[in-house]
Design a protein around this ligand. Sequence first.
Ligand SMILES: Nc1ncnc2c1ncn2[C@@H]1O[C@H](COP(=O)(O)OP(=O)(O)OP(=O)(O)O)[C@@H](O)[C@H]1O
Ligand SMILES: [Mg+2]
Length: 307
Amino acid sequence: MNHLLKVEGLAKSFAGSKAVDGIHFTIGEGRCMALLGPNGAGKTTTIRMITGLLEPTSGSISFRYQEPGMDRRKLIGYLPQIPAFYGWMSGKEFLVYAGRLCGMSARAAEASSKELLERVGIADAGKRRIGGYSGGMKQRLGLAQALIHKPKLLVLDEPVSALDPIGRREVMALLSELKRETTVLFSTHVLHDAEELCDDVLIMREGRIAIHGAIDEIRASNRQPVLLLETEGDERSQGWVEEWMRHQPAFVQTAEVTGSGLRLVVNDVGAARRMLLAQLAEADVRVTKLEFGHTSLEDLFIKAVAR
Ligand SMILES: Nc1ncnc2c1ncn2[C@@H]1O[C@H](COP(=O)(O)OP(=O)(O)OP(=O)(O)O)[C@@H](O)[C@H]1O
Ligand SMILES: [Mg+2]
């Protein structure tokens, strides 16, 4: 696969503290990559270095279509975490202005603005002042702005986090269309959004990369058997659960008490099933549910970012 972007040893320190601590990754051309991680993980700092708005302390970023001496920003469309607009401008005026800033001719900026307003579904509001737009409309306008110069890479910093559930759905639908046309990097706190939209994930934690790769591969290689037990929650069952937690067998990787039962991640599902069924029968535990499943990407995500 061809790399559109290659990041090597990228680091950024603010007053001696490392916000991004020497990270390496690539983004394949045509792929959609989600950047995940808790508050302060370094997502925005990484994004701002990629977009050329922030000078790295060290490391390099190479872009496939960047010729020597060329400004990388020409190739990148960027929607910041908190976009700023001039409220007195109309949506259309703002897009033309953004296009002109990217070096487009007045005519090209005008044509492109008209097309993009339709594309993001706010053509009717194009002549209205941005000051009167809703959050969802502003986010759409921000997306149009990021697309005005037909970028090779679209970079979005938490594009749906400020939206209500309806606005969120609308922008997600728009993104799933856009990702067919261009390479996308977007940050989010919501794993579900990443799973819905992306091919690849990059999970950061304290300035470093915790997990990076194709979602499908990560999911497949980290799948582990999970056992879910629920009981009636009567005294005997509760006592059994407490006692069991004190003497966990070797096949258990993690065990947690969930209400009236247990949730176990195990490495040998056969052994776990045999032993548990025998123990439950012997102690005459009132089982209401015993379920065998697998860990989800969410389990992995939580494990990766846990402090
Ligand atoms: N301009 C700055 N000056 C000083 N410290 C900064 C600056 N920008 C970011 N930091 C610090 O760098 C670290 C990473 O911040 P960053 O904004 O990249 O995190 P994030 O992953 O985007 O978090 P969030 O999910 O809250 O948006 C934080 O500890 C933050 O306080
Ligand atoms: Mg951020």
